[in-house]
Ligand binder design. Sequence first.
Ligand SMILES: [Zn+2]
Length: 266
Amino acid sequence: MTSFALGNYRCRYLDVGSFEMSADALFGDVPADALAEALERHELDPERLVFQVRALLVDTGANRVLIDPAGTWEEPYRLEPVLEQAGIDPDSVDTVIISHGHADHFWGGVRADGRPLFTNARYWMQRSEWQHWLPGDNPEPDHAENFRKALLPLEDRFTLLDGEREIVPGIRSRPTPGHSPGHMAVQIGAEAIYTGDVLLSPINVEQPDWAARFDVWPEQVVDSRRKLLEELGQSGSLVLTCHFPGSGAGRVVAAGDGWEWQPELG
Ligand SMILES: [Zn+2]
């Protein structure tokens, strides 16, 4: 569980577990030899790509903000014991931000024993994301069912966002649609950005046009990703991912015509 300072803010990654998926799921329709070359360079097994699952706690001094109360749908990947181990009282969290409505970003974290885990928190999500998961005929029915089970009962605790805005002082929503329609990244102070799932793997930094099979709007993913990489390559901001291997943190640096991932804090 990596802890680090960002100016006056104190941050902590909360690792709740990992799962595996195949390169075929993560990199949809891409040229086979280019994919094989990228996997080899990153020393990745095409059948067993490890996907970390993390939440990020940011203490700004004024607010205690939890971004993506992560956890998978399988025991034992629940957030509550991880918080306990880290000595973090869930009642001390006043702000919960959910980047998007896929279950690995909230399922194991928002409830414990059938009750809400963060009793004093206000929850934040994009309005377009919230509305996407409501209808019954969703293109991802399993995720929609999880949303209705876990988040809909918390509706009165949510503030729905329309685009970019300050959530609490120093923490800002940064819409990056595509992976889901209201997906957002989160700006943390001036120096860092939490990317959610606009970046799923370090290979996405080098090959921004490679969408995942489960990116429901791949063209939008690529557009959002390219805009963000352009910005990050220039700003040199610390980039905080959810699913990358290692610490999860790093920077996007210019390389040739594109970018590459430089891991940090690992
Ligand atoms: Zn995810």
